[in-house]
Design a protein around this ligand. Structure first.
Ligand SMILES: [Zn+2]
Length: 708
């Protein structure tokens, strides 16, 4: 499922590219603050999760910022003539301390949030934004970058250095380096206000996701036992009477009820709570904040010389212009809507049997399950006992070893974790025995953890700074079962798990010299993760690892066949749910004035594209964290589709080879597209891999849509 991944590496993307890099601190740290110290222990040092406390952050942020600014000033005021080494490379080495502090803080706000961390976030987000602006808008520094850039063709730079230099120069220009002083002050004010608003949006959304819907035994009719068990333990934790249930307001908790709950009134209640997150006119309502963010973005784009936020945001993407992204989306939108109408027609007879004349959005998943059962004799229910998380984890690791020689060995307890549920795995290269990295897995939903699923790196590989061992993490929001009960995943949760693991594999394999060339463009970043989802439903994985949690029997061949046959089932719904969100995002950020009423805008935009009335967007604006928790996916939710076009075309290469584990193709994928990070032009890298540009046909075929 392309929709699984949330804002991966959001923190890193929000800061200017080079802010994520570093070198030895210019000034010695005198404080005893553990957050400021180099990480110690195995694997080139690991985060000291066991010692992190909110009260340590103010000093850590301040010292980190001061160091970064001192290092930057030293580069800007260097009396030596500007060179690649003393300017660009020096910048790549700066800010090490702040990077570590940010890595720790990111986890505290994403995975372990408390009111204390939310208050810190609100206080420090604008301060950090101001610090980065001081660098981005430092005219002496920019003059040096510009000098190096002007002489770029005759100073003996290799192609990677040239790419880094060009990207650095263009990034500075894009972030306002050429503005006059008054404009720079205005820009910085916009950025700081946005940082404050993102933080406020986050805490309100988190508050709405911490709510729950109570339910009785009768309400829960039809819901799977493991889902009921989990809802019973939530009820217990919330102090509700024994024998009752509490359904958390998160996707993993809500979707099983919508799919299997026979009580229509409960489905409606749960659905309304979920789709109205941030939209209840109460203290957690996000509409006013969203309106402010959109206006600030439009004003900022104008100040920077762009027609709108989307045009500005898309400068450093593969798609390059909003029009190209819109073209691709509309190409897929039309057949997807047509398919939804067919799906609704298929559901109608089942609804009629229940006396339901109009299929409402809270009915879609429920009747879709009835159709699945009738058409393919397949039910999610039937799959789940075979998707025990521990077994799938083994399968995921096994696949990575077959494809990339990455070997995973659990070592939970050997290094600190930030929560008792966090598991860790040492990653080695099976052939060389070399330690590649450490992989952290935080599986369960909990209060204070943001919704969705994401991957981030606490430390990425960059040879320049001696960062050789990658620290990567996967974060999911699966419902925690009662003690001793198995973790059974739905198909979509299993796909999400493989998706996030694909991000981790990508960053474990990235092998670059310069930190700034280790990341990805927004519309490339979901490509490796989406490719990785494909291995879940391959026969070797299903046959070896999809084992019944009670009997240990492998998934019967007949069930595997049924799953394969039902491959394109419900693609109308999945595509429209996602694409409507992506289209509304783009339309919102194409508006040059940025003056909008979110609810009205959403309604109008959906009417314009012909949204089927039986469904809603996957993320309605009041809860669209991709867009409003930072800038990173704004005018960028289309990226999943852009990436999926490459993904489907890549998977077609494995299919053409007749073997999902074909090593020649896996090697070429790794060498050209994964390990190179952003050292080479991404479109070029793709052509090296596939011999041509990606073709959307594979995507249309995969989703079962007509290709002409
Ligand atoms: Zn993702």
């Amino acid at each position: 499922m392309l929709l699984g991944g949330a804002a991966a590496i959001a923190l890193a993307a929000a800061a200017p590219a080079f802010a994520d890099t570093g070198a030895a601190p210019a000034t010695a740290v005198v404080s005893n603050n553990v957050l400021l110290k180099e990480w110690t222990g195995p694997y080139g040092g690991v985060p000291p999760w066991d010692q992190v406390k909110p009260e340590l952050f103010p000093e850590a942020f301040q010292v980190g910022i001061d160091q970064l600014l001192a290092e930057t000033d030293a580069i800007a005021n260097n009396p030596a003539y500007p060179s690649f080494e003393n300017t660009i490379e020096a910048m790549e080495k700066s800010g090490r301390t702040l990077d570590r502090v940010q890595a720790l803080f990111g986890v505290m706000t994403d995975n372990m949030s408390t009111p204390a961390y939310q208050a810190l976030d609100k206080e420090w987000s604008p301060k950090l934004s101001a610090a980065y602006d001081k660098i981005n808008l430092n005219s002496k520094l920019f003059a040096r970058i510009a000098t190096v850039y002007e002489h770029r063709d005759h100073v003996g730079l290799d192609p990677k250095q040239l790419r880094l230099l060009t990207r650095t120069y263009e990034g500075f220009v894009r972030r306002g380096a050429k503005l006059n002083d008054a404009q720079k002050a205005q820009l910085s004010a916009y950025n700081q206000q946005l940082a404050t608003d993102f933080s406020e949006f986050n805490s309100r959304l988190l508050a709405d996701e911490a709510t729950f819907t109570p339910a009785s035994e009768a309400d829960m009719a039809g819901v799977q036992q493991d889902v009921k068990d989990a809802a019973a333990s939530v009820a217990k934790a919330k102090g509700l009477p024994a024998g009752t249930y509490a359904i958390r307001n998160t996707r993993s908790a809500v979707e099983p009820v919508l799919s299997f709950g026979t009580n229509r009134a409960l489905r409606e209640k749960v659905w309304r709570a979920f789709v109205n997150r941030g939209d209840n006119g109460d203290a957690n309502d996000t509409n006013a904040i969203i309106a402010k963010i959109v206006k600030l973005r439009a004003d900022r784009a104008k100040l920077l010389g762009y027609a709108n936020h989307a045009e500005w945001r898309m400068q450093d993407t593969m798609a390059k212009t909003p029009a190209r992204a819109m073209d691709l989306m509309m190409r897929v939108w039309k057949p997807a809507v047509a398919r939804v109408h067919e799906e609704v027609a298929d559901m109608q007879p089942f609804a009629a049997k229940d006396g339901v004349t109009t299929i409402e959005p809270w009915d879609y998943r429920y009747y879709q399950e009835k159709v699945r059962k009738a058409k393919y004799d397949l039910s999610e229910d039937e799959i789940k006992p075979y998707f025990e998380q521990g077994n799938l984890l083994k399968g995921m690791h096994w696949a990575a070893e077959q494809l990339y020689d990455l070997h995973f060995e659990e070592n939970t307890g050997k290094v600190p974790g930030f929560n008792p549920d966090v598991r860790t795995f040492e990653v080695t290269n099976k052939k060389t025995g070399e330690i590649v990295g450490l992989w952290y897995l935080d599986t369960f939903a909990r209060e204070g953890k943001r919704s969705g699923a994401w991957m981030n790196t606490y430390r990425a590989r960059a040879r320049l700074t001696g960062d050789n061992i990658v620290l990567a993490s996967n974060n999911n929001n699966f419902t925690k079962p009662e003690a001793g009960k198995p973790i059974l995943l739905s198909l979509s949760d299993a796909e999400t798990m493989f998706h996030e693991f694909g991000h981790a594999i990508h960053y474990l394999l990235v092998d670059v010299k310069y930190p700034s060339l280790g990341g990805s463009q927004r519309d490339f970043v979901e490509y490796p993760s989406q490719v990785n989802e494909n291995w879940l439903l391959t026969r070797p994985i299903l046959e070896k690892f999809a084992r019944h949690y009670q009997t240990g029997e492998p998934m019967p061949a007949a069930l595997v066949d049924k799953i394969k046959k039902a491959d394109t089932f419900n693609q109308g719904f999945a595509t429209v749910e996602y694409l409507s969100s992506a289209l509304v995002d783009m339309k919102l950020h194409l508006d040059p004035t940025g003056v909008i009423d979110p609810d009205a805008f959403e309604k109008k935009a959906l009417a314009e594209i012909g949204m089927p009335k039986e469904m809603v967007m996957r993320h309605r604006l009041p809860q669209f964290g991709h867009l409003f928790s930072s800038d990173s996916y704004s005018a960028g939710y289309y990226s999943y589709l852009w990436s999926e076009t490459m993904d489907a075309d890549t998977w077609a290469a494995f299919e053409e080879a007749g073997n999902p584990f074909d090593r020649k193709i896996a090697d070429s994928f790794r060498i050209n597209l994964l390990s190179t990070g952003n050292e080479t032009d991404r479109a070029e890298a793709y052509r090296k891999f596939r011999g041509r540009d990606p073709d959307v046909t594979a995507l249309l075929k995969r989703r079962g849509f007509p290709v002409n």
